[in-house]
Design a protein. Sequence first.
Length: 125
Amino acid sequence: MTWLIKKSLRIAGNFYWRVFGGIFIAGIWLVIGLALMFSVIGFPLSLQCFRIGWLTYKPFGKDVVLIFNRPIATFLWLLTFGWIIGTLCLVNALVSCATLVGFPLAGQWFKICRLAFFPFCAVWR
């Protein structure tokens, strides 16, 4: 019975997330992934952007663990797109913390913020 309650809360949380910004941030990851697809160096990075875009579409019920094993890709990412998306997610997380309605979303925004700064070091399940 508890799995049914967890699944129901996850579905409700993901719906709530999509209404209040999830579709927007997933779309940003999709656009960046499409832009990176057209270069030889960016193609492997675009695949990770698509994976993260899917995770940002449905973040509730997922855990993210950072394992720092690709320092060069992470550094290049931070110089190009990472700081922009990471700052956007951080601002959204802080705004969500300031409101009672957005407080459940704050944890998800912080999770997406970690992914935005370090997408190539992330493992989720």
